[in-house]
Design a protein around this ligand. Structure first.
Ligand code: NAD
Ligand code: UFG
Length: 336
């Protein structure tokens, strides 16, 4: 199939491009590089030894989006392009609503016009809000506490309404839990700008000596050791989940959790990182981070049942691969 991957130069996008190319698909990437670099596209080619087509463009630009649909015979779209920093979305809500929602509307508009009926959307476990774990697709969604989460919930509703009105349209809404890790080549991975917000990149940068210690946000949650519990999923498993979703698309909207079903606390993750890589991670317990919930993990059985997909890589592999990329990335950056 010929797949248009928006946001294909980003963290999850690059890994998914690798999985799509390895499964024999052709890939067209549209990315404005607002949170990535063109070099990551070269790395995808290097890993797979295959070509892909890359357009540096904004997917809120309707004319440019239409130009792709008219030039290429697209069989399906995977829509990753989006802004994702929760804290920034509180400060710049309009930027987030505009980017994340208009992009979904423009892409679906041209899907309709050009008869493209396969659409895979990047959603997030954040749409469950502070529900009872494990989160299951049939749950009523609770309000999220930030504009970023709202853009995901709204995009889900827009896609649902479009599919209701167009019986041929097939949509998979994939709710990711916490993607971590990197390709085993160490060539692509997560490289956040500035101080990382997320746990695994922060831990990796403590390991690298960039920060003295990890700050653990609260140890008084009702969890196994008082620290926050999340469902970390290897980005390569996540990427394979997209290929499975595309292969099993059927008419209507189908929502799938992509997680492992396994909760890991902050301190358990620190321990796994130390064990996987033989490096001590000093930490201190500090105040809770506003907006955090105690526990978030998936019931991932629907994706297994309907897509034949299951996450295969464990927390040790996630920590090992995250660290390999961090080390390698440092070398790449410092050698410039
Ligand atoms: P990322 O920032 O690495 O990748 C997103 C890519 O989209 C970037 O390359 C960026 O340049 C591009 N982009 C953003 N707006 C664009 C626009 N208007 N036009 C063209 N390109 C644009 O992020 P990621 O972690 O790979 O996330 C991919 C998707 O998955 C996002 O929609 C994100 O909200 C969602 N998601 C991510 C996580 C996570 O923890 N990483 C969790 C749940 C959902
Ligand atoms: N944490 C720390 N110290 C840090 C960073 C994080 O203790 O320096 C803790 C958090 O308090 C939380 C856990 O580590 O308990 C995970 O935090 P992350 O920031 O890595 O991830 P979140 O679960 O908060 O959020 C992530 C993405 C969201 C997405 C959500 C979906 O950032 O965009 O997963 O589950 F919506």
């Amino acid at each position: 199939m010929n797949i248009l991957v928006t946001g294909g130069a980003g963290y999850i996008g690059t890994h998914t491009c690798v999985a799509l190319l390895e499964a024999g698909n052709s890939v067209i990437v549209a990315d404005n590089l607002c949170n990535s670099t063109a070099e990551s596209i070269e790395k995808v080619k290097q890993i797979t030894n295959k070509e892909l087509t890359f357009y540096q463009m904004d997917v809120t630009d309707a004319e440019k989006v239409e130009a792709i649909f008219s030039k290429h015979k697209i069989d399906g779209v995977i829509h990753f392009a989006g802004l994702k920093a929760v804290g920034e979305s509180v400060v710049k809500p309009l930027t987030y609503y505009y980017n994340n929602i208009i992009s979904t509307m423009i892409l679906t508009k041209y899907c309709q016009k050009y008869g493209v009926n396969r659409f895979v959307f990047s959603s997030s476990a954040t749409v469950y809000g502070d529900n009872t774990v494990p989160f299951i697709e049939t749950m009523d969604l609770l309000p999220t506490t930030n504009p970023y989460g709202e853009t995901k919930a709204m995009s889900e509703r827009i896609l649902t309404d479009i599919a209701k009105a167009n019986p041929e349209f097939s949509v998979a809404i994939l709710r990711y839990f916490n993607p971590v890790g990197a390709h085993e080549s160490g060539l692509i991975g997560e490289a956040p700008n500035g101080i990382p917000n997320n746990l695994m990149p922060y831990v990796s940068q403590v390991a690298k000596g960039k920060f003295e210690k990890l700050r653990v946000f609260g140890n008084d949650y009702p969890t196994i050791d008082g620290t926050g519990v999340r469902d970390y999923i290897h980005v390569l498993d996540l990427a394979e989940g997209h290929v499975a979703a595309l292969d099993h698309l059927k008419n209507g909207v189908h929502v799938y959790n992509l997680g492992t079903g396994q909760g890991t606390s902050v301190l358990e993750l620190v321990k796994a990182f130390e064990e996987a890589n033989g490096i001590d991670i000093p930490y201190e317990i500090v105040e809770r981070r506003p907006g955090d919930i105690a526990s978030c993990y998936a019931d991932a059985s629907k994706a297994n049942r309907e897509l034949g997909w299951t996450a295969r890589r464990d927390i040790i592999a996630m920590c090992r691969d995250a660290w390999r990329f961090e080390k390698n990335y440092k070398d790449l950056v410092e050698s410039k």
